[in-house]
Design a protein around this ligand. Structure first.
Ligand SMILES: [Zn+2]
Length: 170
């Protein structure tokens, strides 16, 4: 059953310094998400505007700043599941990992590229090379990813968040 899928996500995010975990999740979900662990409010706002991003912040004062007033989401939850749930509800972000899209490196925010099994085999653990055919690599940090237990675990958690959203529909 192959339903037509929407285009890859076009919304680009800027996450404030308190939202590092959320930024990693959004990247795994394929969303271009800029994030700096240490950044001034001015630099954060400047980059948001210059790169036409949507600001995600936990800082009420920052959300009131004129330049980002009409382009931000004030994140209310402390935990990453609650934060993703809010973005799913308010911005309709796609929490389904199985949809075809460009995955991004959780660390570098760079689109992963597929590499041949022969190139991945020397880099990954032997049992992984035996078990999996498809591999993706980050062109920047060179980390190699495969659809193993890590992604299955992420997918389970995302499914739980999606179902939570359905429960709350009128
Ligand atoms: Zn990377």
């Amino acid at each position: 059953m192959n339903m037509p899928q929407p285009d890859p996500p076009v919304i680009r995010f800027m996450a404030d310094a308190m939202l590092g975990r959320l930024a990693r999740w959004l990247r795994i979900l394929g969303y271009d998400t800029a994030y700096e662990k240490v950044i001034t409010d001015e630099a954060l706002i400047e980059q948001t505007v210059r790169e036409n991003r949507w600001l995600l912040t936990r800082d009420r004062r920052l959300a009131l700043r004129k330049l980002v007033r009409s382009r931000h989401t004030l994140i209310v939850s402390d935990d990453v599941e609650g934060q993703l749930h809010q973005l799913h509800r308010e911005l309709k972000i796609d929490l389904d990992l199985t949809h075809q899209r460009a995955y991004r490196c959780a660390c570098c925010n760079v689109v992963l590229t597929s590499i041949r099994h022969a190139d991945a085999a020397p880099i990954v653990p032997p049992f992984v090379a035996q078990q999996y055919e498809e591999f993706l690599q980050c062109p920047r940090c060179r980390r190699v990813f495969w659809p193993g237990t890590h992604w299955q675990n992420l997918d389970r958690r995302l499914t739980a968040i999606r179902e939570r959203s359905l429960d709350q529909q009128p």
